[in-house]
Structures are given as structure tokens and as C-alpha cells.
Design a protein around this ligand. Sequence first.
Ligand code: GLN
Length: 307
Amino acid sequence: MTGIDIKEFTVHSSQFTVLRILKQAEEEIRVSGVPNPRLDAEALLSRALDIDRVGLYTQYERILSEEEVNNFFGLVKRRNKREPLQYILGNTEFFGLGFIVTPDVLIPRPETELLVEEALKQFTAYGSQFTVLDLCTGSGCIAVTLAKKLEGVRIYGVDISARALRVAKENARRHRVEGKINFIQGDLFEPFTVHGSRFTVHGCRFNLIVSNPPYIPSSEIDFLQEEVKDYEPREALDGGNNGLSFLKRIIKEAPDYLKAGGSLLLEIGYGQKERVYEIAEEREIYQTHKVIKDFAGIERVVKLNIR
Ligand code: GLN
């Protein structure tokens, strides 16, 4: 028998030490097919007991109260249904910073840190008075990280989801950068367009436009892992037929909102680079481009520069 009868354990909860409950939970989580059961069990127990991981190691023999046991198994049950650990905990780490995440936003991925690194390099080349537009800002992880790392930067974070923007604003507030970022609800460039004609923010265009838009082909979403397909917002994942619908719109319109010499930095999906370059070539204004591979060797971030 592999399952654990939670009721039976709650009756005898006085017998649960930290070490014992961790082992039980680890087994239960493993059975449901989660890749790092021990790590997740520890993270969930830390949360249920409100102590850090090191705290767990120093209290292996601590006997848990019935309430602690029940709380913990409540969290384990959610994880066993493949709810992402980050949603259960309500936070995650991105670029070494803590971010709040809710099911209204995509969970920030390590690959996106590559985009942020590249954006930071771009800034060093410019100096002060740097303006950035972050399209599909989601949790605000890109905008907030840039605001945190850069002096004298002004950032505009756009998302179509008002609920996502609430999370992004809270993240900005927690990192005390709300004064450097304007979060605006809208469909890509729409907030900066009036009656079809462009208007510019504070009399200038952007030095840099960044985006990690939805880029997964619609037909592939059902084959993603349960954590993603069943819990993350579909509108943050779904890039239409070939996954390129947002990338295409962004590449086509971005030059109208970039300063001379400005750049567009995009996160892209597996195998999308060639099409992305072709779309860029259709707008003759793009001059140079560069691609950055992720940890798995996949071409993940594309940088397009305009004249
Ligand atoms: N900009 C956010 C991120 O990189 C959200 C992206 C999205 O929702 N597609 O995580």
C-alpha cells in the first residue's frame, strides 16, 4: 500500500515528529509523480510550521500538534493534485528576489532571467534617462527586477489582465519601486495609441521594449505538465496557432515605439527563432539581431536592434 490514511495519522498526531512526517509526505508526493518530493515536502512543512528549512533540520525530533499535522497534510494534498508549489506557497524567487505569485499570473521562470540580464547590459550602454516598456508584465517580475537594479530608469508595465496587474503592483510595492513603474492595463501597445495614431509617453519613445509574451502553440498546451496546463493562466501561455501571434504583433509594432538605436528583447519558444527573424526582416528597420540560448541549449531570447 502506498497511500497514507491521513485520518488515522491525525488521530495519533502526537506521534508525528518533523522527521517522520517529512518521510511520510515525501512518499505520498512521490507517488503522485512530482519530480522533487523531498524538496517539496520540506518547503510545505516549513510553511505549515512557519520556520525556514534549516529550522526543520534542527528540529527533527519535534513533536507536531494535531493542528500542525492537519495544516501540513492539507498543503500536501494540494501538491498531490499537482498544484504548483509556488501557488501553494504564494511566492517564488526570480533573479534572487522574492515575488508574490497567484493563479492570476504565470510563475516566473529561470529562462526569463536571461532576458533580464540582457536588458541590464543594454542599460549600461545608455546611462541615465532610460525608459523601458514591458509588455505582458504578468507578475511584474521583469519590470520590478529592472527597476530594482537600475537607477534613473522609468518603466511601463502593460498587461491585458487587471488581476495580473494587481499582483504586479503588489510586487513593486514590496520591493519599493512603485515610484519607478507605471502599470497600465491594455492590449500590447494599445495604451500608447490614440485613435490608431501613436502618441509618445513623456515626449519620448522607449529605449528598450521587453516582453515574455504567451508563445506556446494552442495545440501543445494540453500536452504540457499538469502544473502548467491545469493551473497557470491559459492567456499567459497561449500564443495562438503557431505560438507566434503575440510575437508577430510585437515585432511589427515595436519600431514605432522605440527611440533611434533602441532594442526589442523577446523571450521565444523552442524552434521559433527562424520565423521570428523572418517577421523582423519584413520590417526593414531592424538592423542587427542576437540570440541567447538557455540552460538547455534552446534559443530562448532574441534581441532586435533598430537604426
Ligand atoms: N512577464 C511575466 C514573466 O515573464 C509574465 C509573462 C506572461 O504572462 N506570458 O513571467
